[in-house]
Design a protein. Sequence first.
Length: 223
Amino acid sequence: MTAIRLLLVDDDPLVRAGLSFMMGGADDIEIVGEAADGSEVEALVDRTRPDVVLMDIRMPTVDGLTATERLRARAEAPQVVVLTTFHADDQVLRALRAGAAGFVLKDTPPTEILAAVRRVAAGDPVLSPTVTRQLMRHAAGSALDTRRSAARTRIAALNDREREVAVAVGQGSSNAEIAAALFMSVATVKTHVSRILAKLDLNNRVQIALLTYDAGLLEEDGH
């Protein structure tokens, strides 16, 4: 079994030491590097080639948000999981829009942080439907009309079936749940999700969920 290559980024040496001790004890995870600031991340990624970056948001020189945006704009970028002390935060939302695969709270139990890294390495987001809805509610504000118009323009590129799948993703449904609800195979659902990501130039399911919310599709569906 190939170990998941993990890069830890946090300005607090005690936090890094704790994460390194906890994550490094897992047989399927290899800590390939540590950084104390976002300014160090790109060079470390080039050198260590991690599969996943566990990224703190608040750092003194280059914050995790900026570092995430820079990383996810690169070809063959590693997955990013944001570390935060907040359940709902504008900065977390922006990180998700930039392509982070999700976030975990710093007080999350160790087993759940390990599970989050494994899920992200496997290509799955780490936001539960409850957390996704919480972030989406937090995103509402004065810029909603502008976002809605832009989101609806992008969603128009989807055909009816792809739109149905996108809405189901926005509701937090798994591939198996979508397949059962829309009477299709799981493989077909995966194909639709891949096409949606390609058509809308998105990185992951979290971004699909955010876009369907911005477009008002979840409200129309009663969510």
